[in-house]
Design a protein around this ligand. Structure first.
Ligand SMILES: Cc1cc2nc3c(=O)[nH]c(=O)nc-3n(C[C@H](O)[C@H](O)[C@H](O)COP(=O)(O)OP(=O)(O)OC[C@H]3O[C@@H](n4cnc5c(N)ncnc54)[C@H](O)[C@@H]3O)c2cc1C
Length: 410
């Protein structure tokens, strides 16, 4: 079989791969190929659902500028597609007073203030005055972010892909990349359906990233977990619509982060817990929800947002692929002799960045630079290279749990 030639190949067409195909094809035209092992829009990975939260709630200037970039890129996509994608529902983060979590929120507030991001402090009473859906709790402290919101994830992925095709990108479904090799200046991408040649490759393979990058001499210490979100058929529908209810996160004193979103895409209010799922292999995992985590989520909602509960419409499982420090990976594989191969891993909180990452990856493969500070996301940081690095991830399998995971944001 002849080797088909493209300038750039994107491996994996989930959220980040779709975003990359869009920005890359927009910049370079038809010399782009996207390869997806399943069908577009499948739900075996990390990106497919009715909604995801788009938030500024981070600590650190690199994240704040990425968040600003994220909102700008989504706005560009909305403009170009004519589709509404982001809904500014606002967002509440809350924690109990006099806890490590409250101090964490205070630090978050400082970050927001220093970068001019709107964020109001509310005590438990004012939170309940503003959103009576939250139980009146004088013992709680909250931050309200008016500019955060919900993105229609399924639609955003589809829009990226359709516009990438408009700009001439080729996208092949059901094609699994098995290895990346190099002969002279040509990169060969070996797949289940033949070999493709190109100049540069961007690997956005989510939970399967190690399967792809091992052929370029890389193995990342990633933790892949089966997470879940539940849609509750609340009888109080109107109280949980996007116009009446914000996204939220609750940082419990035990270090667990619960989160939820208003109704979007179906009739259910949505809730889940960050990074408490079982470690899985993406090829052999099942789709059965974890009952213990579901019960824990229900107990939290009974206490803090009781009217959101109702019969379960669906509990949907989905993969997190986390680095031990929960920072992203965005880097080339130059240290193992493959500067032509760029790898990006979303670390379980990257849907909001899917479009801006696509733009960044495009700038990196075409111009070799970006205006964003990517230092925390390099492949040579201790979290990825030091085997003794303690995972800062709220997974019960790890004895050492951080009380407040700095990057535990959805
Ligand atoms: C329950 C849940 C809730 C979340 N909530 C939020 C949120 O509210 N806000 C937020 O910002 N983030 C959230 N996230 C995280 C976010 O969704 C993910 O970080 C992001 O979507 C990951 O995108 P990805 O493109 O890296 O991975 P994926 O979407 O998994 O895409 C990887 C793609 O690569 C393909 N692939 C892999 N290997 C190969 C191969 N060898 N050949 C060809 N194709 C291949 C896969 O089939 C897949 O389609 C959540 C995640 C989960 C699971």
């Amino acid at each position: 079989m002849d080797t088909q030639w493209f300038e750039y190949i994107v491996v994996g067409c989930g959220g980040i791969g779709s975003g990359t195909l869009f920005w890359l094809a927009k910049k370079v035209g038809p010399h782009v190929l996207g390869l997806e092992q399943f069908t577009l829009g499948h739900d075996h990975g990390g990106s497919q659902d009715h909604s995801r939260a788009v938030r500024y709630n981070y600590i650190g200037k690199e994240y704040v500028s990425l968040c600003k970039g994220a909102f700008e890129c989504w706005a560009d996509l909305e403009k170009e597609s004519g589709l509404p994608l982001v809904y500014k529902t606002g967002d509440v983060s809350f924690a109990e007073k006099n806890t490590e979590q409250e101090r964490y929120l205070a630090r978050m507030k400082e970050t927001m203030d220093s970068y001019g991001i709107r964020c109001d402090c509310l005590d438990g009473e004012r939170l309940n005055d503003r959103f009576p859906q939250f139980t009146r709790n004088p013992n709680c402290k909250a931050l309200y972010f008016p500019d955060n919101g919900v993105i229609d994830a399924d639609l955003a992925n589809a829009a990226h892909i359709q516009l990438a095709r408009k700009y001439g990108a080729s996208i092949r479904e059901g094609v699994r990349v098995t290895a990346i090799r190099k002969t002279g200046h040509v990169i060969l991408v070996e797949t289940s359906h033949g070999v493709f040649g190109c100049r540069k490759v961007i690997v956005t393979a989510g939970a399967w990233v190690n399967h792809v990058v091992k052929s370029v001499g890389l193995e990342l210490p990633l933790l892949t977990t089966k997470e879940q979100v539940t849609y509750f058929g609340t009888p109080n529908i109107k109280d949980f619509t996007k116009g009446n209810f914000p996204c939220w996160s609750y940082y419990s004193p035990k270090g667990t982060t619960f989160y939820g979103l208003p109704i979007h895409g179906n009739s259910g209010s949505k809730a889940g817990i960050d990074a408490v799922g079982d470690l899985v292999n993406p090829d052999t995992r099942n789709y059965t929800p974890n009952r213990k985590n579901l019960d824990k989520c229900i107990r939290m909602l009974q206490k803090h947002i009781p009217k959101s509960l109702g019969p379960i419409i669906q509990t949907k499982t989905c993969l997190y692929t986390m680095t031990p420090d929960r920072h992203f990976v965005i880097d080339t594989c130059h240290r193992t002799g493959f500067p032509e191969v760029l790898v990006c891993c979303g670390a379980g909180h990257a849907f909001k960045f899917a479009s801006v990452f696509g733009k960044i990856l495009t700038d990196l493969v075409t111009d070799g630079q970006t205006t964003f500070d990517l230092k925390p996301f390099t492949l040579d940081r201790p979290a990825l290279t030091d085997p003794t690095f303690e995972p800062q991830v709220n997974i019960s399998k790890f004895e050492k749990r951080t009380q407040t995971n700095e990057i535990s944001k959805l």
